[in-house]
Design a binder for this molecule. Structure first.
Ligand SMILES: [Ca+2]
Length: 432
């Protein structure tokens, strides 16, 4: 039965775990969580924006900070209140890993948890990860995005089964984005999310734990060793952060597929994973951990084309043949709806970056997530100069009196060796 744990009740218009989703961001803060909200937001998000106030802040900055702080507090308070209602108790139960790579010599392999909304390119990313000795995949947690939460969990289980990796926990998580309706992407991924390819029924069973709880537990069980690789909307990761902010310094790194500093793919401004849950992204981007953003800036350069497909079609195996079908579908959809020239390997590139960081080049930037703009909701707004002008009110006008430094919070991938990555992808899929 593919039924992730759901809340029994929700008194708030928060819908990340089920229930009807509002059209707009709610701003009502229940009195019972107001005090906590103020304290927690100051504690856990005090570094947010990190404007060095070596000078008295201007009236403008102070006013904006107050408004944004109130908005963020509202979001976090609502989310945490419902998590408190709904979240499963965090236990330190033994991991349900059975046998598998834990028993093989992967001591040096990077421990990763892939949070995924599978999804065609998610499927390829998972196959890449599971066929790469550099990685030790500890869990797949499923988030709604490309497909519904239930379809995503079913797909993830089928992929675990296809690769004979029922030892890997596969857990469901959130049911919706934190504060908006889910937007699914069957147009790009097929009716079942897997290019309409029907995989056999899964031999694997869903892990009963709630995905964010599983993430929290595994981070505590392997402090400073887990790399999170979210390749869907950031709902589950945000829920984990809200429930247990102490995981932040215990995570080795977060490598996300999402965002863009050069225009969007769902509209002019926003990339799909961020657009599907901007509030969650804002929480994740400002958590204070080491975060690498593998966005459209590099993903759009990794075009899997007919020549790559011809190469992969020469070899065979269950995974190889499934990948060929998926990639055939993706190349076709891209020719039909996209710019042509091949299909961008967004999610696989995030996994590729975890495998071999030299595939990409990065630049440290301060990145905020726009959550209110009429045309820009979901945009990742990068400050390339890591500074903002300080405007001070003088009579009826503001005067720029200097610059305030803003700390980089994201390593933004700005360059990629696409050929190297695409050959890595093909080589890992071949013959499997
Ligand atoms: Ca995805």
């Amino acid at each position: 039965m593919l039924t992730p744990r759901l809340p029994e009740d929700s008194l708030l218009p928060f819908c990340g775990l089920g229930g009807p989703c509002p059209e707009v961001i709610p701003i009502i803060i229940p009195q019972s969580v107001k005090d906590w909200s103020a304290e927690s937001s100051l504690r856990s998000r005090g570094a947010r924006n990190n404007v060095r106030r070596t000078f008295p802040p201007s009236n403008l900055i102070a006013r904006n900070a107050t408004l944004r702080h109130a908005a963020c507090s509202a979001s976090i308070a609502l989310a945490l209140a419902v998590v408190a209602f709904a979240g499963a108790p965090i236990t330190r139960a033994n991991e349900n890993r059975g046998t598998g790579p834990a028993a093989n010599p992967l001591a040096a392999a990077k421990k990763v948890i892939i949070d995924t909304d599978p999804g065609t390119d998610d499927a390829l990313a998972i196959l890449l990860a599971l066929n790469s000795p550099e990685l030790d995949v500890r869990a797949l947690t499923v988030v709604p995005g490309n497909v519904t939460a239930q379809q995503g969990l079913e797909n993830a289980l089928k992929l675990a089964s296809l690769t004979n990796r029922c030892d890997i926990p596969v857990a469901g998580g959130a049911q919706h984005p934190l504060f908006q309706k889910l937007i699914t992407a069957e147009l790009w991924h097929g009716a079942n999310g897997l290019a309409n390819v029907e995989l056999p029924a899964s031999k694997c069973k869903a892990d009963p734990r709630f995905g964010p709880d599983l993430i929290i537990q595994m981070i505590h069980d392997s402090p400073h060793e887990i790399t999170l690789v979210p390749v869907g909307p950031l709902t589950n990761i945000a829920l984990a952060l809200l429930k247990d902010p102490s995981i932040v310094p215990l995570v080795k790194e977060v490598v996300i597929m999402g965002g863009s500093i050069s225009g969007g793919n769902v509209n002019a401004a926003a990339e799909a994973n961020i657009y599907n849950d901007p509030e969650a992204a804002e929480i994740v981007f400002h958590a204070g951990w080491r975060l690498t953003m593998v966005g459209l800036d590099v993903g759009d350069k990794t075009l899997y084309d007919q020549a790559h497909l011809d190469q992969l079609s020469k070899t065979h195996g269950p995974e190889n043949d499934f990948a060929v079908k998926v990639l055939t579908f993706l190349i076709g959809q891209e020719a039909k709806y996209g710019a042509g020239g091949g299909s961008p390997m967004y999610d696989p590139l995030a996994v590729g970056t975890a495998i071999d960081p030299t595939i990409v080049s990065k630049q440290a930037m301060h990145v905020d997530v726009e959550s209110r703009g009429e045309f820009t909701r979901g945009e990742t707004v990068a400050n390339r100069r890591n500074a903002v002008e300080r405007n001070v009110l003088h009579g009826d006008r503001y005067v720029i009196e200097g610059l305030d430094h803003v700390e980089p919070n994201v390593q933004v991938c700005t360059g990629v060796n696409a050929d190297k990555f695409l050959q890595l992808l093909n080589s890992r899929l071949a013959g499997k």
